[in-house]
Design a protein around this ligand. Structure first.
Ligand code: CP3
Length: 365
């Protein structure tokens, strides 16, 4: 049983105060005082204070597995920038790790699994996870971060989509085209479906546990949905995401829990994504907000979509790009400003401050 806020302790009510609710309001398409902004990968390597902690801890997973350190890292970007949300510090690959694949990170090469999935037997032997036992360290980080935020801004919980996780589990590492996973899709679709079903059940359990532990918004990262064919995207990615969203706790602590679905390169499928049950669509920079709003803006909010490379340029370019994107969405609620993908490690934190301030300055008018 999890309790939050002093109001709970005194039995006054269940609603915990949220001083800045711009993000939640915008995700629900309710009026907000300004366009909220946060950045995918806002906690991480572009911050010197993160790099220092990682050096001390030795590697990335040691940071994730230590709830106090994970909490500290989630708070780091909020101390520097006026962000409208915090995001849990963890990784999408904690689920395959909990399923026994042996996740580790090789410096400069990204994630690797000691036991990638190679045969039908590998998949049959996988068990659906129980988050409270298998991923207790993540849930503890969620409740610590929520406590530390003390109602200042909402906390975003997250997970990868079943297809995106499956792609890493079959490939065993990062890849540009995930050709092994895609080969399974054509040669042994039933086996891939078995894997996706186990992941879906695990993800429902995991995301609901994050909500109960304190996550107030959920984002699903379908980073590799965009490499699928039109037909395969529906069958092997979106169908499972729909099942997840349908089974998520939709109200908790007397507040709606909005769901953002980010499918990288998913611009072709906006209508289908909007019908998945999500409250907002995360967009990369390959589609204009104006076009996306015209197609699906009546049904869902939109999150995005500045190319992270803009942050390498200079304050003048950053400000003009922020203005262009705000204009592209136009007036009215339902826009959450974000990058079109995660911030990269080479970005100067000063440029990030310019970016965040520009969003607030131009959208507050
Ligand atoms: O600040 C945040 O956004 C929260 C934390 C977060 C991380 N990973 C921390 C991280 C989140 C939301 C993720 C999601 C994630 N992880 C995705 C989906 C989003 C996306 O970028 O498309 C994916 C595909 C992964 C898998 C992953 N994790 C890869 C491929 C890598 C290595 C390459 C890279 O981008 O760094 C990671 C490592 C990782 N995850 C780091 C961080 C801070 C870097 C670790 C380090 O070297 O210190």
């Amino acid at each position: 049983m999890f309790l939050f806020g002093s109001a709970d302790l005194f039995g006054v009510g269940l609603v915990s105060e949220l001083k800045n609710d711009c993000l939640i309001r915008s995700l629900l398409k309710e009026p907000a005082s300004r366009t909220p902004v946060w950045m995918m990968r806002q906690a991480g390597r572009h911050l010197p204070e993160y790099r220092k902690l990682r050096r001390k801890a030795g590697d990335f997973m040691s940071l994730c597995r230590d709830p106090k350190l994970a909490c500290e890292i989630a708070m780091q970007p909020l101390r520097r920038y006026e962000l409208d949300a915090a995001i849990l510090f963890s990784d999408i690959l904690t689920i395959p790790d909990a399923m026994g694949l042996g996740l580790h990170f090789v410096e400069g090469e990204g994630p690797k699994f000691r036991k990638p999935l190679r045969t039908e037997r590998d998949i049959k032997s996988l068990s659906v996870i129980n988050s409270e036992d298998d991923l207790a360290y993540v849930l503890e980080a969620v409740s610590l971060i929520r406590k530390e935020l003390d109602g200042s801004v909402p906390l975003i919980g997250f997970a990868g989509s079943p297809w995106t996780l499956a792609a890493y589990m079959i490939e065993g590492k990062s890849s540009r085209d995930f050709v092994l996973a895609k080969t399974w899709l054509y040669k042994q679709p039933e086996i891939l479906h078995q894997l996706l079903q186990k992941l879906t059940l695990s993800l429902i359990d995991y995301l609901n546990a994050q909500i109960v532990s304190g996550a107030q918004v959920i984002q699903i990262f379908d980073t590799w949905g965009g490499i699928l064919s039109d037909a395969a995207y529906e069958q092997f990615s979106l169908a499972y995401i729909r099942e997840i969203i349908t089974n998520l706790i939709s109200r908790y602590d007397d507040r709606e829990v909005p769901v953002v679905l980010f499918t990288k390169s998913g611009g072709n499928w906006l209508e289908e994504i909007a019908a998945s049950g999500c409250n907002a669509i995360g967009l990369d920079w390959t589609i204009s907000l104006r076009e996306a709003r015209r197609r699906v803006g009546a049904r869902v909010a939109l999150q995005g979509n500045m190319d992270p490379t803009v942050l390498r340029s200079n304050p003048k370019c950053i400000e003009s790009e922020v203005r262009r994107i705000l204009d592209s969405y136009g007036s009215g609620s339902g826009h959450v400003f974000n990058l079109g993908h995660g911030i990269t490690p080479d970005i100067d934190p000063f440029h990030v401050s310019v970016f965040i301030e520009a969003v607030h300055r131009y959208s507050g008018k």
